[in-house]
Structure formats: structure tokens, C-alpha cells
Design a protein around this ligand. Structure first.
Ligand SMILES: C[S@@+](CC[C@H](N)C(=O)[O-])C[C@H]1O[C@@H](n2cnc3c(N)ncnc32)[C@H](O)[C@@H]1O
Length: 223
């Protein structure tokens, strides 16, 4: 177990920098909704349901992308979205405007691992299919812990790689293509969460076929 955790700390095999992330999502902005949007639709709805049930009003969605989740938030939630990709954000802004979503406070170009928000600014932070994209996943979690209130809610949904078996072979084979596809197929829970987080987290398998897992954490800064 200690060895497995040590290996996980090394990170995915083909890390992307922020320029590679921007380039990948510039390429994908026009087609994203029709393929990944569909695969991830059920999980996205389930995660936003969890956001809507969580206490507090101020929500941060990091890596908001084309804004597929924006219409799903309760009008009682005040939502800020951030993303690295200006092309993905253009789509999110157009969606919010077209649907007249008055609870969307801001959609801003910002790096989720180094935001300009003050400590404890949000009640809830949510990252959907972002953890396996960001160049520094541990910096992402540290930043979410800083900007969410103590006792607030952090929700991440993602594909997390297996340790063995046929799916592991596919994940491993796809890993060198990370920059092309825009995420790391070999990304594991241990690349972002330490054992203390994992012991405290509620982890739920999501459809289709348990491809995605939802991780819910209560923010305990310093843990
Ligand atoms: C797979 S898409 C997910 C989009 C959206 N969350 C969804 O559910 O459809 C990943 C998004 O994360 C964004 N992203 C990656 N790294 C980021 C970072 N460090 N800060 C902010 N956004 C980032 C990408 O630009 C892209 O829009």
C-alpha cells in the first residue's frame, strides 16, 4: 500500500502543462458537448444534485468548460465558474446568456490551482472531470481547501484509473496520448488525495459502468 501510494505521488506518465491544456480544449470546444458531454451527462446531473443539496449558497465550479452544468444548479445557488480555456468559456457565457441564468455570478478565465479568491470565500467547490486534466492536481485540492469555508463541501467527479485488470491496460496504453485527448487516462485517486482525505471521503461509483467516481469531502483545512 505504501509503495502504491509512493508510485501514485509521481503523477501520471505524460504530464501536460497549462499551454497543452489550453491547446487541447481550444481544439475540443466546438465538439466537446456532443461526445464527452453525452458520456458524462448522468454523472454531471448527480454531482449538481449533490451541490444543490449541500448547505450554503456560494458555489465555485472550477474547470466549468462549456457550462454544461450551469442550467442544472438550483436558482438558490450563486455560481461562479472559472476555466483556463477562453474558447470553452465563450461557450459557457453564451449558454448562460441564452438561457437567462440569473444565478450565474461570473464566468472568468482563471487557473484553478492559483485563484484570486480570498480564504473561505465559497460554501461549496465542485470540479467535474477536471482533476485528471490540471497539471498540478495536489495544488488544485490545496487551493479548493483554502477558498472553501471550514466545514464547507468539496466535490470532485472524475475517471480514476484502476490498479490492475483489462481496463488498466487500456488506461496505460492511452496515457502517452494525454496532450491529444486533454486528460490523463492513468490518473489515480492517490495523484490528488492523500490517505487522510481518502479515509474521510465518501466515494460513489457513477454510471456509465462505474467509469466515473464522485468524491465528497467536508473541508477540514490543515488535515
Ligand atoms: C474535461 S473538461 C470538463 C468541463 C466541465 N467541467 C464539464 O463537466 O463538462 C476539463 C476543463 O478543465 C479546464 N481546466 C484544466 N485545467 C484547469 C485549470 N488549472 N484551471 C481552470 N480550468 C482548468 C479545461 O480548460 C477544460 O475546460
Amino acid at each position: 500500500m505504501a509503495d502504491a501510494f509512493g508510485a501514485a505521488l509521481k503523477g501520471p506518465r505524460a504530464p501536460m502543462d497549462t499551454d497543452a491544456v489550453r491547446a487541447a480544449y481550444k481544439r475540443q470546444a466546438d465538439t466537446y458537448d456532443s461526445w464527452f458531454g453525452l458520456i458524462s451527462r448522468h454523472s454531471r446531473r448527480a454531482v449538481v444534485d449533490a451541490v444543490n443539496k449541500a448547505p450554503g449558497e456560494q458555489v465555485l465550479e472550477v474547470g466549468v468548460g462549456t457550462g454544461l452544468a450551469l442550467p442544472l444548479y438550483s436558482p438558490a445557488k450563486r455560481v461562479t465558474g472559472i476555466d483556463l480555456s477562453s474558447e470553452m468559456l465563450l461557450k459557457a457565457r453564451a449558454r448562460a446568456a441564452a438561457l437567462g441564468l440569473r444565478n450565474i455570478e461570473d464566468l472568468a478565465e482563471m487557473d484553478a490551482t492559483a485563484t484570486t479568491f480570498p480564504d473561505g470565500h465559497f460554501d461549496i467547490a465542485v470540479a467535474m472531470f477536471v482533476a485528471s486534466v490540471v497539471p498540478k492536481p495536489r495544488a488544485l485540492l490545496a487551493e479548493l481547501k483554502r477558498i472553501v469555508k471550514p466545514g464547507g463541501t468539496i466535490l470532485l467527479v472524475n475517471h480514476f484509473a484502476q490498479d490492475r485488470g483489462p481496463i488498466w491496460w487500456i488506461e496505460h496504453a492511452l496515457a502517452p496520448a494525454s496532450s491529444l485527448i486533454g486528460w490523463h487516462p492513468d490518473f489515480k485517486l492517490g495523484h490528488i488525495f492523500d490517505p487522510t482525505d481518502l479515509a474521510a471521503a465518501k466515494i460513489t461509483n457513477m454510471p456509465p459502468l462505474g467509469l466515473f467516481r464522485l468524491v465528497e469531502l467536508t473541508n477540514r483545512p490543515g488535515q
